[in-house]
Design a protein around this ligand. Structure first.
Ligand code: GLA
Length: 466
């Protein structure tokens, strides 16, 4: 969401600057150092308690000849987790939460909006189904003090950020914040946010120390033309912040955003938990459709702990019909996308809350196999997507991109499901559909989605005539 006085095209926002060759990122040494120390201490502890080190010096004349020789029991010291595995471990399924940007943008951000989001997250049942991060995006900053410490805008956040973080934590939720590697945030650049010098360039460690003092659990680190403005390169800058975050010892989920410009799906796994694949989503159907189509070439790159991020949800905002809203959420679940709402949750109608909290859709989004759906067809106004799930079942989506109702049919072979007998369940309406040995078919509304879970029938099921 942007303030109306600053309309601009996406192309104008992000094009025109020099592109950097992808620099080889140095290995993150800090986590190895820290983990090495931890592992070494653990080994010392194990040896100590197993009695090797606490005997003191053994004097020859005190050794009795009757003692039975023995060897210390073999103790397997735990292998230290490498930095990439540690990074992944902080978000083994796609993170879920709320972010201020799509709701209030820059101009409307303040602490009451954030507290209200936390309240509604709990009260309206989103926390109960897995939404947990409350993330404050750009425009909470009002400068730096003489020592370079970031100042939180006292007008927008009169209680201070530590108090807001505590409010969020006291509800059993997690707290996230926004920063950028360069000198200017995107709001400086695109929303005429007047406070300068609030980027983390030259203050990376200092800013993380401050964020950790608030108890952050999530960092969104947004590129915002740091190449053009500051001469930075993506991999080096995002890698540096990953090293600093890992060295804090806190399991801080790390979201990076460079809009898919430098193919982050290739180099960001193991460095960040999620990376944006596109420029910003907007609250209208063409933007949502464009974001869906832009995922097609990259779906194979997501793995547990390392997620493609097609940008945050615009559910509840703008001019999006009921069917388009269902498609937006359903396809995001097919894509194993991070699920960040960005709307006033307290004002949503119950039907939209039911969609956002649909446990069968969320189960698909959060499936532990972590394989994104593949688009197997895009023709004649019909898209077909298929995704294998951890329990051996499949999620299949029939998506009507046309402006009239359409029957879409897909065979098991087309969606990559081995020939057998399956039960089919409508996961949007949460109802059984029947069983099949051939495929699935549905009458799908314009811009709408039919989404099913296809589960192999066991021999026992088949004996019972299912
Ligand atoms: C960029 C990001 C958005 C948001 C804004 C904040 O546009 O892509 O998600 O964080 O910056 O200024």
């Amino acid at each position: 969401m942007r303030s109306p006085e600053s309309p601009r095209s996406l192309a104008a926002r992000y094009s025109g600057g020099p592109k950097h060759a992808m620099a080889q990122r140095r290995l993150p040494w800090l986590p190895f150092g820290v983990l090495g120390i931890v592992a070494a201490l653990a080994v010392v502890g194990i040896i100590f308690t197993s009695g090797v080190l606490n005997h003191g010096p053994v004097e020859a004349d005190r050794v009795t000849p009757t003692s039975t020789p023995s060897v210390a029991p073999t103790v397997e010291s735990p292998a230290p987790m490498d930095a990439a595995t540690l990074r992944r471990s902080f978000a083994l399924t796609p993170p879920m939460g709320w972010n201020s940007w799509n709701q209030v943008g820059c101009a409307g951000l303040n602490e009451q909006v954030v507290k209200n989001a936390a309240d509604a997250m709990v009260a309206r049942g989103l926390q109960a189904v897995g939404y947990q991060y409350i993330v404050i995006d750009d425009c909470y900053q009002s400068g730096r003090d003489a020592d370079g410490n970031l100042i939180v805008d006292p007008a927008r956040f009169p209680s201070g950020m530590a108090a807001v973080a505590k409010y969020v934590h006291d509800k059993g939720l997690k707290f996230g914040i926004y920063a950028v590697p360069g000198s200017q945030t995107c709001a400086n650049y695109f929303d005429r946010y007047p406070v300068k010098g609030i980027g983390s360039l030259g203050h990376e460690q200092q800013d993380v120390d401050l964020f950790v003092s608030w108890g952050i659990d999530y960092l969104k680190y947004d590129w915002c033309r740091a190449d053009i403005n500051d001469g930075l390169s993506e991999q080096a800058a995002f890698g540096q912040m990953n090293d600093i975050l890992l060295a804090t010892g806190r399991p801080i989920v790390y979201s990076i955003s460079e809009y898919g410009e430098q193919e982050p799906w290739v180099w960001a796994p193991g460095i960040a938990n999620l990376w944006r694949t596109t420029h910003d989503i907007h609250e209208n159907w063409p933007s949502i459709l464009q974001h869906i189509n832009l995922q097609v070439p990259v779906t194979s790159f997501a793995t547990p702990g390392a997620w493609n991020d097609p940008d945050m949800l615009h559910i509840g905002n703008g001019d999006i019909s009921v069917n388009e809203t269902i498609t937006h959420f359903g396809i995001w679940c097919m894509l194993a996308a991070p699920l960040f709402t960005g709307t006033d949750l307290s004002a949503l109608p119950e039907s939209t809350i039911s969609l956002l909290t649909n446990p069968e859709l969320i189960e698909i989004d959060q499936d532990t196999k972590g394989v994104e759906a593949t688009q197997v067809r895009n023709a004649g106004g019909a898209q077909v997507w298929s995704r294998p799930l951890a329990d051996g079942s499949f999620a299949v989506a029939l998506f009507n991109t046309s402006s009239a109702t359409k029957t879409i049919t897909a065979s098991l072979a087309e969606v990559g499901i081995p020939q057998a007998k399956y039960t089919v369940r409508d996961v949007i309406n949460r109802a059984p559909v029947g069983s099949t040995t051939t495929g699935i078919s549905g009458s799908v509304a314009a811009h709408g989605l039919s989404m099913v879970r296809v589960t192999p029938l066991s021999a026992e099921d088949q004996r019972r005539g299912l």
